[in-house]
Ligand binder design. Structure first.
Ligand SMILES: Nc1ncnc2c1ncn2[C@@H]1O[C@H](COP(=O)(O)OP(=O)(O)OP(=O)(O)O)[C@@H](O)[C@H]1O
Ligand SMILES: [Mg+2]
Length: 285
């Protein structure tokens, strides 16, 4: 379901408070017991009931009464927390269209200083459904893994964008909040959608950028024609949460896989015959 900016804007300060408290308490619970939540939020029982009802109605939290009455934050509530903080900081002023749904992310346009891109990392969304259905079987260690996994993925990607900004062609990182990265809008289209007039030139440019990233300490880890944007003039490497450093134990295999994926794409689409070993040598020297 797409994020409804009007719902987020219309949240009452008590509702935001409840979301914050739930977020904090979910470090300890999969389902936060009603009594604990009420004690931490410090609202009257009537106000609490009303505000919780609103949050449930707007599909930002869920409740369950077996084996005890409890509440849990869901991705939409976590989105609301991130976006309302970014709006309060004036990083963004309006939410635009959803532009893509990735395997583990949702991408939106938004207004900041001009049009920007929001990438909301959503790791474990599907498995969380399974976890919720099987809550009584959940071991202690699995309290709310999706919150931590999603924020961790966003922070890894943001770290790479910050480190590579100005050195490698990547989106400009603007801000981060929880699982949401704000970055510049990259013009053009994913490489797999483009018809290249000069594939050799584009391939060389990709190798150059991969080398610059490698020299800066970053191997992409998920490089492909889907994670390279091209606007007819220049390329941009996107989607960095899976990066690893060149001294990582899987560095050789990961770099090889990244380059092999790109070379295979060019070979299939443009009948090129780029040499993988040569590409690896180029990047590493
Ligand atoms: N900064 C950006 N500017 C323009 N478009 C972007 C930007 N970031 C992401 N996109 C678009 O959103 C899509 C998904 O983003 P991204 O690849 O970062 O996420 P993902 O979860 O890995 O998606 P996938 O599973 O499709 O790889 C991209 O393929 C691209 O079309
Ligand atoms: Mg991608």
């Amino acid at each position: 379901m797409p994020i409804d900016a009007d719902v987020i804007k219309s949240l009452h300060k008590y509702e935001i408070r409840i979301l914050h408290v739930l977020e904090r308490m979910m470090k300890h619970y999969q389902w936060v017991p009603e009594d604990d939540l009420r004690a931490a939020v410090k609202l009257s029982p009537a106000e609490m009931k009303y505000r919780l009802g609103n949050l449930i109605y707007r599909d930002l939290i869920r409740s369950d009464s077996v084996p005890y009455k409890g509440y849990t934050l869901i991705f939409a509530g976590y989105d609301a927390l991130a976006l309302s903080d970014l709006a309060a900081k004036k990083t963004i002023s309006a939410l635009g269209n959803k532009v893509a749904v990735g395997k583990e992310s949702e991408i939106y346009e938004a207004l900041g200083f001009g049009v920007v891109i929001l990438k909301l990392h959503k790791v474990g969304q599907r498995s969380f459904q399974t976890l919720r259905n099987n809550r009584e079987y959940m071991p202690e260690a699995t309290h709310c893994p999706w919150i931590f996994a999603s924020a961790c993925s966003a922070s890894r990607e943001y770290e790479a964008l910050k480190a590579l900004n100005g050195k490698v062609k990547v989106p400009v990182p603007i801000d981060i909040n929880r699982h949401c990265i704000v970055m510049s809008l990259v013009p053009g289209a994913n490489l797999f959608r483009c018809i290249l007039e000069d594939p050799d030139k584009v391939y060389r440019e990709i190798l150059e950028e991969v080398k610059k990233a490698y020299d800066a300490g970053y191997i992409h880890g998920d490089l492909s024609e889907y994670n390279i944007m091209y606007d007819g003039e220049t390329i941009c490497l996107i989607d960095w949460p899976q990066w690893i450093p060149p001294n990582h134990q899987n560095a050789d295999a990961t770099l090889r896989h990244d380059l092999d994926t790109v070379i295979t794409f060019f070979a299939k689409k443009y009948q090129t015959a780029y040499d993988l070993e040569e590409a690896i040598r180029f990047v590493r020297t």
